[in-house]
Design a protein around this ligand. Structure first.
Ligand code: ADP
Ligand code: MG
Length: 416
């Protein structure tokens, strides 16, 4: 589903408060009872004002009423959570405008956004658990027992984990997009002006690029990590034209120019791989680490053979050797560093299960190939439009009181 920011500017501050209230209520309720929304939002206009906002939000699809719910209530939609995240990024001055969607995966939407300087960035919106949510919806008992199954929680977890890995990898000097911020189910990052390897028909030196990618897998392993989805969609290829002096091209290191004439130059294409897509990364200590490691290596080998007819003369690399290298040469264990930064074992299990389920549903190697538009609005299928209107608007409040409420609200949201 697309990030749609059109309705954003039409929302009043009351609407925002009500939307935030539904989000807060969602922490403990799949469907947030209307009276609870009212009591969290505490609008000065009272229940009638809240209902007016509820109508406005439901109309533009930011919240939805579930038909079969046993009580009157609403849930936040993906669109609603997108808005809240976008609003936060905007209020922090990081996002000013929203551009086109550049990538669609089963797990995410990738949208180009810009700050007020016109600097382009990428907003990755995680859509994890969409499949799980549908399964879960069929079994409400399951959901009542375990809030952990919900898409909101899983998508946020995926974003948090991806951001944590990106920060750690960047710190260690890996070529990954610069992580800028994370909020709810979104990660804001540097826009990399490059095509995925999948779309590259030829490179100047396939052997060199292959060696670089295998080296990246081994370096990750040294830091205790396996990418887990190291395929041609998740490797962006930056191509830069570089002018080098001809003598330098022949004889690297020589930088003299004794002649009068300007040195002859030649243009070479410099190819740099940038790795993306990290929520599924696994530790080298994971029970299935060998399978994940071998799969990443095989992915690169298979692609290079098919696309560039390049087959490495050396076998491997092998998991057992990579395993021995973990933590060597002073490499910091990034798996431990990220896992220690607040992800419970339970949360990781939930996330892993959801990623596994979603990868399974898209089929091996099918990532990004298909258009998942048919999936759009799937989880809205049993929702009804909110039709009630209540125009009773009373008691527009004093600015001071509003501001205080705003602060309280912010606190509550931050806790969540
Ligand atoms: P998913 O988890 O859905 O596979 P990815 O992070 O792999 O999401 O992104 C999907 C696609 O979006 C990529 O294949 C790439 O084309 C594009 N993309 C993702 N991140 C960036 C970025 N930082 N800069 C430019 N393009 C990007
Ligand atoms: Mg991907």
């Amino acid at each position: 589903m697309k990030l749609d920011s059109k309705a954003m500017r039409h929302l009043t501050s009351e609407d925002w408060r009500v939307l935030t209230a539904v989000e807060i209520g969602s922490k403990n309720h799949e469907v947030v009872p209307t009276p609870l929304i009212e009591s969290i939002a505490k609008l000065r206009g009272g229940p009638s004002r809240t209902r007016k906002s509820i109508s406005a939000l439901a109309k533009v699809g930011l919240i939805a009423r579930l038909k079969e719910a046993r009580y009157d209530g609403y849930r936040l939609t993906y669109g609603g959570m997108d808005y809240l995240a976008l609003h936060t990024h905007a209020s922090q001055g990081r996002v000013y405008s929203v551009g086109d969607r550049v990538g669609v995966g089963k797990e995410s939407d990738i949208t180009v956004v810009a700050d007020d300087q016109g600097q382009q960035k990428v907003l990755k919106i995680h859509r994890l658990g969409r499949v799980s949510f549908r399964t879960v919806k069929a079994n409400r008992d399951y959901l009542r027992r375990r809030q952990g199954g919900s898409w909101m929680y899983l998508s946020r977890l995926a974003a948090e984990r991806e951001y944590a890995f990106m920060c750690a990898l960047r710190e260690e000097g890996f070529l990954v997009p610069e992580p800028i911020a994370q909020n709810r189910h979104t990660v804001l990052m540097e826009y990399v002006d490059a095509f995925p390897l999948r779309q590259i028909s030829q490179v100047p030196d396939p052997a060199a690029l292959y060696a670089e990618l295998i080296a990246a897998i081994l370096r990750l392993a040294q830091h205790g990590l396996i990418h887990g989805d190291f395929n041609e969609f998740n490797i962006l290829i930056k191509e830069e034209e570089e002018e080098i002096r001809e003598e330098e091209a022949k004889e690297p290191g020589s930088n003299h120019n004794n002649g009068e004439k300007a040195p002859a130059t030649t243009t070479v294409t410099k190819v740099t791989p940038v790795i993306i897509d990290f929520p599924q990364m696994v530790s080298m200590d994971h029970a299935n680490a060998e399978m994940y490691f071998d799969r990443d290596v095989a992915c690169v080998k298979r692609f290079f053979e098919r696309r560039f007819h390049f087959v490495s003369t050396t076998a491997g690399p092998f998991f057992r050797d990579a395993k021995k290298s973990v933590g060597k040469d002073g490499a910091r264990r990034l798996d431990a560093a990220v896992e220690a930064s607040g992800f419970s074992k339970r949360a990781l299990k939930d996330l892993e299960a959801a990623i596994f389920e979603q990868q399974g549903s898209r089929g091996e190697g099918a990532e990004g190939d298909g258009d998942d538009d048919e999936d759009e609005e799937d989880d809205d299928e049993d929702e009804e439009e909110e039709g009630e209107e209540d125009d009773d608007e009373s008691g527009e409040g004093e600015a001071e009181a509003e501001e205080k409420e705003g602060r309280e609200m912010k606190q509550t949201t931050a806790e969540y």
